[in-house]
Write a protein that binds this ligand. Structure first.
Ligand code: ADP
Length: 449
């Protein structure tokens, strides 16, 4: 096992990783930007090193500084968390060259799944259902785009090849707006990823976003865990996640789990990752993408299975054999996670940075809280605005909803706008309570547009 792990991240996930390391007797090194010196992850780690100024490009994405911090502190591994450098093949390669273990899959696996067009082609080859699409990049002035779109059938969605965080996506309902939509998607993709490439695929209407956690060891063994339903989203980004999915029965779980396992096997996947699918009303499912890292929503799987995914990830990265067998994993109840973001749910989710005044976060039976904030903490506009994850666990879905409703009533966060009031509306919405969730749930049932 590793002796010392450097965490190349910040916020709640850095705290989560430090906790797992501590329980495994691994020493931890936090890195931080100048403005993060008072952050919780800095306080929790055994050692902390400043890697640059506030801008993420100069700190949490600054590869030379991070590698230097690992070398100075004598860390034998780096955990990238999610976001930042977690899916950066160059970083994984540099770690390898410097003899520092990158806690994640091989750079080849990241590469194969990082480009969405080639990932879809690979999945097709592996016999995994995919959405029909252009099978390659498109441009507004290509002579055949109207024919391709017609063949796919409207509505279609334009997506960024290098996509992430719901950026560079446009839904197109008819040919009149196709060219403009391609141009705006390309502009957004270029600004977000430095790569303007976009492609088209069939837009599945009112689908569920269902994903499978997978784990793999160096010896070729792969397991999948019960699914997460992440259908409640804003701007194609997740806000509420739950496990199990209200849509999935045991037969479909097995079928999709097997497909997720095959997807992971196709790229010889090691450590933890997630295979994402869209599921339509008839129960047809389609591969969407694979995230080659730990995900924000991993706690719902942890509480519903009793496993610790970050510890499993560390063990698998260190070369231990996978001991989990999918068929033996029990679903112990029902878990729901609400992401509390520093943003205004009444003003189109505009970010709401600032200093937190009075703060009370919930607890009590069945509530897990993953957070890094405290009273007096300054939420900076430089980084992601996730401030806390509330995870409720109940013996069934109704009990988990009740616990979450109760927990949300306890939340008091002064000084900034946040998403907790929206979550209360979702948790008391009759369609949510019935399990009728879909990716356009918020616009359909909450905002009514
Ligand atoms: P990103 O990598 O940017 O997160 P994803 O491919 O994971 O993008 O998609 C994010 C969300 O966008 C999905 O959960 C879903 O709501 C929506 N989406 C993506 N592709 C489609 C599609 N073909 N049909 C309908 N919705 C889609």
């Amino acid at each position: 096992m590793f002796k010392k792990v450097l965490i190349a991240n910040r916020g709640e996930i850095a705290c989560r990783i430090i906790r797992a390391c501590r329980e495994l007797d691994i020493k931890t090194v936090a890195i931080h930007s100048e403005i993060d010196k008072e952050s919780m992850h800095v306080k929790l780690a055994d050692q902390a090193i400043c890697v640059g100024p506030a801008s993420a490009l100069e700190s949490y994405l600054n590869i030379p500084s991070i590698i230097a911090a690992a070398e100075i502190s004598g860390a034998d591994a780096i955990h990238p968390g999610y976001g930042f450098l977690s899916e950066n093949t160059y970083f994984a390669e540099v770690c390898q060259t410097c003899g520092i273990k990158f806690i994640g899959p091989s750079k080849e696996s990241i590469e194969q799944m990082g480009d969405k067009i080639s990932a879809i082609a690979l999945m097709k080859k592996a016999g995994i259902p995919t959405v029909s699409g252009s099978n390659g990049p498109v441009n507004a002035d290509d002579s055949n785009i109207f024919d391709i779109a017609k063949k796919i059938g409207y509505p279609i969605i334009i997506k960024a090849t290098a996509g992430g965080g719901g950026k560079g996506m446009r839904v197109v309902v008819s040919k009149e707006t196709l060219q403009n939509a391609i141009i705006t998607a390309q502009t957004e993709a270029k600004a977000s990823f430095g790569n303007p490439s976009v492609y088209m695929e069939k837009y599945i209407e009112e689908p569920h976003h269902v994903e499978f956690q997978i784990l793999g060891d160096r010896y070729g063994k792969i397991a999948y865990l019960p699914e997460r339903d992440c259908s409640i989203q804003r701007r194609h980004q997740k806000l509420v996640e739950e496990s199990p999915s209200p849509l999935i029965n045991e037969a479909l779980r097995k079928k999709m789990g097997k497909a997720a396992k095959n997807a992971a096997a196709a790229v010889k996947y090691v450590t933890v990752g997630t295979v994402e699918f869209l599921v339509d009303k008839k129960g047809n499912f389609y591969f969407m993408e694979m995230n080659t890292r730990i995900q924000v929503e991993h706690p719902v799987t942890e509480v519903v299975t009793g496993l610790d995914l970050v510890k499993e990830q560390l063990k698998l990265a260190a070369g231990e054999k996978l001991s989990i067998v999918s068929e033996k994993v029990k679903i112990l109840g029902h878990a729901i996670e609400c992401r509390i973001n520093a943003e205004d749910p009444d003003k189109d989710f505009i970010p709401s940075p600032g200093t937190i005044g009075r703060l009370f976060l919930p607890g009590g039976p069945g509530i897990r809280l993953d957070t890094h904030v405290y009273s007096g903490y300054m939420i900076s506009s430089f980084y992601d605005n996730l401030i806390a994850k509330i995870i409720a666990f109940g013996c069934d879905r109704d009990e988990a909803i009740k616990k979450m409703q109760r927990a949300l009533r306890e939340v008091e966060i002064e000084g900034i706008k946040n998403t907790s009031s929206l979550h209360s509306r979702v948790m008391s919405n009759e369609n949510f309570c019935k399990g009728s969730v879909c990716t356009n749930f918020l616009s359909k049932y909450i905002y009514g547009k």
